[in-house]
Design a protein around this ligand. Structure first.
Ligand SMILES: Cc1cc2nc3c(=O)[nH]c(=O)nc-3n(C[C@H](O)[C@H](O)[C@H](O)COP(=O)(O)O)c2cc1C
Length: 191
């Protein structure tokens, strides 16, 4: 029996987006990542998610539009914050926006379950990227929670961005992160 998947899961970690760079996944690798990402548990086969791929100059354009929106919503926003918006998508060569399409009043599948299915898509992207030798990070930020930002991405009213998965080649080794001990979070249930 091979336990290489367990070894992989024990070693998995994110790479901060700002430490990601070229090379990007090539088009075949990217297609593989996208196709495998959507193979997730999905109660009721609702496919309550979709993916939007940001690449090349479009990443900077989206960042610039977010900065403009930010300045309009909050005219007092410090230039540093607007610059952060401009740079948000510039380091990693590929960013995949995971969009949740939740049917709030579905008769059988609660909204929570649909949202979790979308979260699985985002996590599959992280796992897939690392398994192909890339680094990735799940980032969100204010634009995930603002309707006008959603419109910049072309989302319908019923859709929201739950993740920007930044993918690229790690420029540095990432130090291990402190993680909860299993004993702190796992317990048997006793009647
Ligand atoms: C839903 C979600 C949103 C997140 N948003 C951010 C974020 O906006 N900024 C950030 O620094 N980390 C964010 N994180 C945390 C990182 O993606 C990641 O957990 C952290 O870098 C360590 O990851 P690792 O445990 O995979 O190594 C988010 C994580 C999740 C699950």
């Amino acid at each position: 029996m091979s336990d290489h998947i367990i070894d992989f899961l024990r070693a998995r970690h994110s790479t901060p987006a700002m430490q990601l760079g070229e090379p990007a996944p090539d088009s075949r690798q990217l297609r593989t990542l996208l196709e495998t990402a959507i193979r997730v548990p999905d109660h009721g086969k609702l496919a309550p998610w979709r993916l939007i791929v940001l690449q090349g100059p479009d990443k900077a354009i989206y960042g610039e539009r977010l900065a403009q929106l930010h300045a309009r919503i909050d005219p007092q926003a410090p230039p540093k914050k607007l610059e952060k918006d401009r740079q948000r998508f510039n380091a990693a060569p590929v960013v995949i926006a995971v969009i949740a399409r939740i049917e709030e009043n579905h008769p059988k599948v609660p909204a929570q379950e649909q949202l979790l299915s979308a979260g699985c898509v985002a996590y599959n992207l992280l796992l897939g990227a690392q398994s192909l030798g890339f680094g990735a990070q799940w980032l969100t930020g204010w634009s995930c929670y603002h309707r006008e930002a959603a419109k910049l991405l072309g989302l319908a009213d019923s859709e929201r961005t739950i993740a920007y998965i930044h993918i690229g080649t790690p420029r540095e080794l990432i130090p291990e992160r402190e993680r909860p001990l299993p004993i702190e979070v796992i317990s048997p249930w006793k009647a």
